[in-house]
Structure formats: structure tokens, C-alpha cells
Design a protein around this ligand. Sequence first.
Ligand code: FO1
Length: 320
Amino acid sequence: MHIVVPAGGIGAARFLRGLRAAAPDAQVTVIGNTGDDITLFGLRICPDLDTVMYTLGGGINDEQGWGRADEAFVVREELAAYGVGPAWFGLGDRDFATHIVRTQMLSAGYPLSAVTAALCDRWQPGVTLLPMSDDRVETHVVIGDEETGGRRAVHFQEYWVRLHAEPLAHDIVVVGAEDAKPGPGVLEAIARADVVLVPPSNPVVSIGPVLAVPGIREALEATAAPVVGLSPIVAGAPVRGMADKVLAAIGVQASAAAVAVHYGSGLVDGWLVDTSDSDAVPEVTAAGIASRAVPLLMTDLDAAAAMVREALQLAAELAG
Ligand code: FO1
């Protein structure tokens, strides 16, 4: 069975660990979000690709959900000693090696897809990890500007890591998306999919940029394969991160039903909500999306695997 998963970072990576446990024989292709990517210290950093690669490859810092385990921060200290910033983005020594290899290959002319394949050669994540695009796409957040009283856009990483998502987000701009092409293998993977699973990632800054690459949403809407999503909002709040704030920026309520409607029945055929949101099922069903309430808190690997099995079960029923 070929399963395609458009994915963001931490939530998606943990979901994918559950998918590998629940469907060990499935061939899984992950379409990784690159809207979080940023260039710092002259190095290209791909947080969502790295989180999937490290998590499935066994190198992740599990409590954080990003960065490497057993990290040291000597390089970071030395950069600070030189007064070279930004100090707010926590890069560890082991993680720096990934960004050096990636930047070296990009500078030599390799596309991000080839770089990602090379890095995964070492990590063996057990899935095919494809960047959503080889073209540069960066998510920016429009916030208020105290000085001018106007507005300004900041890179998503600055909004999230330096500003802790505190400023009111007025809009989300996925810079470069309109000119980006789907990465090599992306549309082919969708065409071959038996099932598409939309993990409980941030719908705006993790899944949104993937859908913003022209051709990808269209391919997901056109596929005969059932598309089943899992709500990232449980009991009115995101399980982690700032999904509620960026949903508000695009005028979508932070609820399990509102996110399903936001994705639309053209995209998702099925939608799992948490048992605490079972009252959302009728609203989602009325939107033309099959829905059921199951436990959605990925407290451990078994819980993640159970969610995956529920999603695959719904997909099987939808496939008819
Ligand atoms: N998130 C933080 O909250 N603080 C950090 O200092 C930080 C550093 C960092 C370094 C590399 C990397 O791949 C991810 C990092 N993240 C950090 C997480 C990152 O901001 C988010 O994981 C994604 O961009 C959103 O999914």
C-alpha cells in the first residue's frame, strides 16, 4: 500500500512514527513543508524536513521535537562571543553539521530534493521524504509595527522562536509559493497513492504552504485515493504550537470542525476529531466530509499508532 503524507514538523513526525508502527509494510512518501526554511549564519536550515528525518531516523531530541539528541552548543557560544547573531535560534553543534552539508550541496548546484535524499541516506527514516518544492518558499507573518503603527512581515521563525507568537498575527504570506513548482516525485507520489493522510500538523504554516505550491492541492483534490485528515485542534486548542493564532490570522476558528471546513470537502474525504470534540461530527458530516470521534492525543507511540489505524480504517471504508 502506498501512503502519501503532506507533513509539517513535530506533530507530523510523531504521527509518522505511529504510521510506521501501524503499517510497517506500507510504502510511505512524505511531502515535507519547506515554508519554515531559513538562512542563518550563511547556512540553509530546513526545520520541518529535519524534524521528520531526525525523528524517524532516531536522532531527534524527543522532548523538544526538534534538533538533535545529545547536543552541545559550543559553536553557538562562539558565535555569541563574536557578537554574531541571531542568538534566539538555538542551533546545536550536531545540527550545524546537517546545515553545513545541506548548504555545501546547495552551493554545488544540487536541488533541495537531492540534498534531502543524500541526508536521508545517512538517517534511513524508512519513508521517502520529498520537499514540497525545490524552489525557495518562505512563510512570513504580518504583525503590527509599533513604531509606524502600520504592519510588517517577519519570517515565521522570528515570529515563533523570537517573538513566541505573542504579536497579533494579521495575515500569513507564503512568499514565493505562486512561482514554486512541486518538487520532483511529488505529483507522481500523489498519483500513485492508495491513501493520503493529512496529519495533525498546523493547518496554516505547516500544511498550508504545501497546499500553496501550485499543482499540489489540485492533485490531492483530483486523486481517487481517499484523503483522511486528523484534527490538530483538540477541545478548542492546538495540541502544541500556535495554530490558534495563525488560524485567527486567516479568519478560521480554532475548532476541529472549522479546520475540516477550511481544508474543504474537495480536499479531505474523511476527518477524525478527538473524542472531546464528538459534537463536531455532525457539522463536519454536513460539510460533506465523513467524520468520527476517536482519541487524538499522541501521548505515546501506541496512541499514535491507534490514531493511524483509525484513519486507515476510515480510508478503507471511504474507498468502498
Ligand atoms: N524552536 C524553538 O522554539 N526554539 C528554537 O531555538 C528552535 C531552534 C531550532 C533549530 C533547528 C530546527 O530545525 C528547529 C528549531 N526550532 C526551534 C523549531 C522550529 O522553529 C519549528 O520546529 C518549526 O519550524 C515549526 O514546526
